[in-house]
Write a protein that binds this ligand. Structure first.
Ligand SMILES: [Zn+2]
Length: 54
């Protein structure tokens, strides 16, 4: 169990969650990237809509 870094809601991660996995906070809808698994840590994922150039 983690806290969403954006809204502090509880975020559930499955036991098979892997680093780099993207999850969505069910409370605020923010996409979160799993940045570590021992212990679990998450950070706000970069927005995919952004165009970072070619
Ligand atoms: Zn949230």
């Amino acid at each position: 169990m983690l806290e969403c870094p954006i809204c502090s809601a509880e975020v559930n991660l499955g036991p098979d969650t892997v680093q780099g996995e993207l999850i969505t906070c069910s409370d605020c809808g923010t996409e979160l990237e799993v940045t570590g698994v021992n212990p679990f840590t998450v950070a706000e994922a970069p927005k995919e809509e952004e165009d970072w150039g070619e």
